[in-house]
Design a protein around this ligand. Sequence first.
Ligand code: FAD
Length: 390
Amino acid sequence: MGRRQQKSAIVVGAGIVGAAASYFLARSGFSVRLLETVAPASGASGAADGAVSVASKRPGAMMDAALAGVALYRELEREGVLAGLFTPRPTLMVAETEAESAVLDGHAGALANAGVTVERHVGAALRARIPAIAPGVRMAVEVHGEGHAIGYQIVNRLIEAGGVAVERACPVHRLALAFGGTAVDGVVTDQGTLHADIFILAAGAGSAALLGLDGVLRPRKGQLLVTDRAPALNVSLHGSLMSCGYLLSKATTGTPDRSTERRYGLVIDPLRTGQFLIGGTREDRADSGNDLPAVQRLLTDALRLMPALAQLRLIRAFAGVRTATADGLPLIGRAAGLQNLIVATGFEGDGICLGPLAGRLVQQMATGATPEIDLAPFDPGRFALRRQDA
Ligand SMILES: Cc1cc2nc3c(=O)[nH]c(=O)nc-3n(C[C@H](O)[C@H](O)[C@H](O)COP(=O)(O)OP(=O)(O)OC[C@H]3O[C@@H](n4cnc5c(N)ncnc54)[C@H](O)[C@@H]3O)c2cc1C
């Protein structure tokens, strides 16, 4: 019997999902080409906060996926692949009103049911745990077992660890189909049509055009701020401070209407540099600019929760564009009717947490292994694709 030929994969998009898929496919013996329009992490993965967190997830499929996502970060950190890039820290969800306390209590219950360790702080215990918290805050729920990672660092590390060369400035213009439109024959690029055994579509916002998913995949911009360093204040905040309003801003993710209203959900993240990252907005638009009303509102909200931030200078504002789906769940799985195409996109505000997991799920599907979580809720087949023809 002759030697089995090495299987080949083309991965489209070098964000965290494409980088992770490339890493896991390379590790299981595939020869991988990673094609990228611009450069690694030039999309959402390079313009995000980095909460590796179950805290804000909706109970059900997303909470289960996030638990697996956080566990995988720990595993990759232990193995050395992500050594030094995953910072364990809790999330501190806070409520300012009675209504928010009720929402947070309910959410804490859902987290506990999913097996997450949560701790409730009120009164003097709350002030002792979060000394810089504003007097108006009534309650905090501390979610244990969480962490933080910087998206572009994870992307670069996974690409390096997989030994994958990124083909930059290589946009994929369309899929070329074969066998009566039941398989992908190749991807059409400026270098011609490139062929492989299997194709992975992890192109974030660029996936809509390639799949004919306009209206299913939607851009959702987020504006973020970064302060100057304040090491003493930074160490006094031992986790990411998340307002209950963040939960509510995320809850609109799956609403069917295309709301143009800007939503705010405050997060104050103490970075390892001693700085604070303050976020963010949710806006159903695709530009990545900052504007004064958003900056002002984020600062006002942040000062209301943590008045000591007033001593710091704001040194940076930036924005990124998340890729949301019409029902708030990502697309992970075989594209309906195309046997050798796996789609992994639509991670909205959760792709730093779920990116490595998505990459390993892609590899499990590509090798015929049983995916480690139930992928039925994420099946791209729930949306009708308007497919291109060769
Ligand atoms: C403000 C903000 C805050 C966030 N905070 C968090 C957080 O705290 N925790 C968390 O888990 N997630 C967070 N996210 C979400 C997270 O950043 C995304 O879900 C994740 O980065 C998506 O990764 P991706 O690989 O799917 O897409 P991207 O990172 O967008 O990568 C897609 C890549 O594909 C390339 N591409 C597109 N079209 C083509 C084409 N036709 N051919 C070739 N290449 C193509 C793009 O150039 C891009 O590099 C945040 C996002 C934003 C914007």
